[in-house]
Ligand binder design. Structure first.
Ligand code: SF4
Length: 201
């Protein structure tokens, strides 16, 4: 099988739990989350696919970026594709495989080191993983966040400001939410798109 790929590149992880870690990103083209609340400002686009690659070809491209370390499968929505062949190939090549998904579908038994779920809809199906990361859209309140977190099982939970089309973010609102009494247990932490301030992809 072949996967539509936007880009494969080496950078530093700028979001979530592994912020600052050198990571090779495999960016799948396209996303089936049509009801996504931030689709209009998302930079995903199926037509951005620059190549279609087999699992072995993806491993080859990743190796050219770096022969070891973390590989993050991201998008678009990577779970739109049968990921088992590419995960198996990367794991066999001794890479540490992470995924960033909207949680639009369950990934039962997926053989992977780290799952970050970043739901863009009120209803999502992958409700267990290592990190839950919610992008706070303007007007989003704790009730909506807690509703998304209901019946989930994650080790870490992050709120991430939203990047507006003009380049500004609502980080002040998110910091105020994190410091509020609703987060008195410190269950949620801040995630930013730090790579954008570092000047890396
Ligand atoms: S779910 Fe993610 S990739 Fe899909 S449209 Fe929304 S922000 Fe973009």
């Amino acid at each position: 099988m072949k996967y539509p790929i936007t880009s494969i590149f080496r950078s530093l992880q700028g979001e979530g739990h592994f912020v600052g870690y050198p990571t090779t990103f495999v960016r799948f083209a396209g996303c089936s989350v049509m009801e996504c609340g931030i689709r209009s400002v998302c930079d995903e686009a199926p037509w951005k696919a620059t190549q279609t690659l087999t699992a072995a070809e993806i491993v080859h491209c990743v190796r050219k970026e770096c022969p070891a370390g973390i590989v993050c499968l991201t998008g678009g929505e990577p779970s739109d594709h049968d990921l088992i062949p590419v995960i198996d190939a990367l794991t066999e090549a001794k890479f540490r495989v992470h995924i960033e998904t909207s949680g639009i579908r369950e990934l039962p038994g997926i053989p992977i080191e780290w799952i970050t779920v970043s739901p863009k809809t009120a209803v999502f199906h992958q409700r267990i993983g290592h990190a839950l990361k919610i992008v706070v859209t303007p007007g989003m309140d704790w009730g909506q966040i807690q509703a998304r977190d209901e019946n989930t099982a994650f080790f870490h939970r992050y709120l991430q400001p939203m990047m507006m089309p003009d380049g500004h973010t609502n980080i002040a609102d998110v910091i105020a939410m994190l410091q509020s009494w609703d987060n008195y247990q410190g269950r949620w932490a801040l995630s930013t798109q730090a790579h954008k301030t570092w000047g890396v992809m």
